[in-house]
Design a protein around this ligand. Structure first.
Ligand SMILES: Cc1cc2nc3c(=O)[nH]c(=O)nc-3n(C[C@H](O)[C@H](O)[C@H](O)COP(=O)(O)OP(=O)(O)OC[C@H]3O[C@@H](n4cnc5c(N)ncnc54)[C@H](O)[C@@H]3O)c2cc1C
Length: 488
């Protein structure tokens, strides 16, 4: 990067908040995906005006700008694939205004989800989307990705709580979108356009979020099955009854075995577990618990356990959350986010999981499936030897088949993690009749293509590109030059 540009950035935010050090440009080149690419410079503004000045400078010089929150994106969202400026919101963590009487909170984008909820809970309110990454993920990153989590079945996704926002557009101009009112029918809902835009249309500098009262009581039902289809039947029957649980989580045998073996969790050895969380008034919970237990037994559960003991429920939830670290403990394998976040219509979950198992067998890889079954959102983790270029190629071929199944079942490429790089080719295929509209919107707002370039519909390369692992994989499955030599 031209040193004069670094000097200008230092003049905007102070030299202590600009870094071109090898360590910073390297570390800020990663997120939680399989990808990485070195940044040219990392800059940490604290005020909207600073963000605007940085973006104006970048736009003048046609330098890419990639917003970065907690870096927990799983598809390469915050990876600066074209180099340029990584704009970290690490210092933009202010809660500007808590207005429980108006049901909203105004925040800067860098506040972490769980930190915000700690403050809101003191007033008996909260922001309901609960990603597994809530200890690290920022509200800006959640809005830019339309993140959600296990409670979306009853409480929706981030999109459902965004009332308004302030955005620095790619030209550096400020725009105020949406409102601070519960209702708003005043023209185009442009705040919704920014939700899920993955940092490609502007930098969010302030967000007004709707908040909700904390639900009172909770109980959990845990049902284990010797057959995936019986688990699927339970999920569909609970919803059709209708009982709308606050969460309904699913784990297949690979996940169950992994958490039992890594953490000695007291879960039944089985083909599938469905964990159903009920919330509300005590009498309502008791009624629904009985209904859910009967549905699971009628569907053929081999074991049904229920609990309203906070300690026991916390242990079960912790065990479900331990799936990812448990898989990382498997010898000679790493869990990688390839096709990690599809959604299918709720009743199609068993078809999807059975098909994923068949694809895994065909390509001699392990695909572990778990997720937020109550809303049809599955997570698959591919377990690979990351030093084996052929295993990567088999994984890549399996991804194509996984998404073909998802599409044939009426599903979508991503339910909550977003697209960025790893899922770009499949999103392009799925959304082919609206791609032109997306491209036109991007061109209108970002004529010089500086905002997180190369992502979403713009990513035309292979999904096994810019790998964070010391393996670059060639077309024929053999290691490319530099394989095994370590990263830059
Ligand atoms: C262990 C683990 C568990 C997870 N569980 C869930 C889950 O349950 N549900 C779920 O939905 N996701 C989950 N995720 C994915 C991830 O946490 C979410 O996508 C989250 O919203 C990313 O937030 P972040 O602050 O880390 O954003 P980053 O990764 O830093 O960035 C994500 C995207 O947002 C953009 N962005 C960030 N800040 C701004 C801003 N101020 N303005 C404009 N664009 C911005 C970036 O440019 C990038 O494109 C999980 C990830 C991990 C690693």
């Amino acid at each position: 990067m031209d040193p004069s540009i670094v000097k200008e950035l230092e003049a905007i935010v102070g030299p202590e908040n600009v870094s071109t050090s090898v360590a910073d440009t390297y570390v800020f080149g990663f997120d939680s995906s399989i990808h990485r690419h070195k940044a040219d410079v990392v800059v940490m503004p604290v005020r909207t005006e600073e963000v605007s000045d940085i973006v104006k400078l970048a736009n003048r010089h046609r330098i890419p700008v990639v917003a970065r929150g907690g870096g927990t994106g799983l598809s390469g969202h915050a990876v600066p694939v074209k180099g340029g400026i990584v704009l970290s919101t690490r210092r933009m963590t202010k809660i500007i205004d808590v207005r429980v009487e108006d049901l909203y909170v105004r925040v800067q984008p860098g506040i972490i989800n769980d930190d915000l909820n700690k403050v809101l809970m003191k007033r008996n309110f909260y922001f309901p989307p609960t990603p597994g990454s809530g200890k690290v993920a920022t509200i800006g990153g959640m809005v830019a990705n339309n993140a959600s989590g296990m409670r979306a079945i009853k409480y929706g996704a981030t999109r459902d709580y965004v009332m308004g926002m302030e955005v620095v557009l790619p030209t550096g101009e400020l725009a105020h979108l949406g409102t601070r009112t519960i209702k708003n029918s005043s023209g185009y809902q442009l705040d919704r356009l920014i939700v899920g835009s993955e940092g490609t249309l502007g930098i969010i500098t302030e967000i007004t979020l709707r908040i909700m009262p904390v639900p009172g009581n909770k109980a959990l039902v845990l049902a284990a099955f010797d057959d995936l289809r019986k688990a699927g039947q339970t999920i569909s029957d609970v919803i059709a009854y209708p009982v709308i649980p606050s969460a309904m989580e699913f784990m297949d045998r690979t996940c169950i075995d992994a958490v039992i073996s890594a953490f000695n969790v007291n879960f039944p050895h089985s083909e599938a577990i469905v964990m159903i969380e009920l919330d509300g008034h005590l009498a309502e919970i008791a009624d629904n618990m009985e209904i859910v237990e009967k549905i699971a037994s009628d569907a053929g559960a081999i074991e049904v356990r229920s609990s309203d003991d906070p300690k026991e429920m916390a242990e079960w939830v912790a065990a479900r959350k331990a799936v990812l670290p448990a898989m990382s403990a498997m010898p000679n394998k790493a869990s990688v986010a390839l096709a990690d976040d599809m959604s299918v219509p709720i009743s199609k979950i068993p078809d999807a999981v059975v098909a994923f198992h068949e694809i895994a067998k065909k390509y001699d890889i392990i695909i572990a499936t778990y997720g937020h079954a109550g809303d049809g959102n599955l997570h698959t983790k591919f377990l690979l030897d990351v030093n084996d270029a052929k295993a990567w190629k088999r994984g890549e071929a399996a991804v194509g088949e996984v998404y073909a199944v998802v599409n044939s079942l009426g599903g979508t490429t991503s339910g909550e993690h977003g697209i960025a790089i790893t899922k770009a080719p499949y999103m392009r295929k799925e959304r082919k009749d609206t791609l032109a509209a997306m491209i036109a919107i991007k061109k209108a707002l970002d004529p010089n293509n500086i905002m997180n370039p190369g992502k979403l519909f713009e990513w035309e390369g292979l999904i096994l590109a810019d790998l964070r692992y010391p393996a670059e994989v060639e077309e024929d499955g053999h290691p490319a030059e530099g394989f095994g030599e370590g990263v830059e």
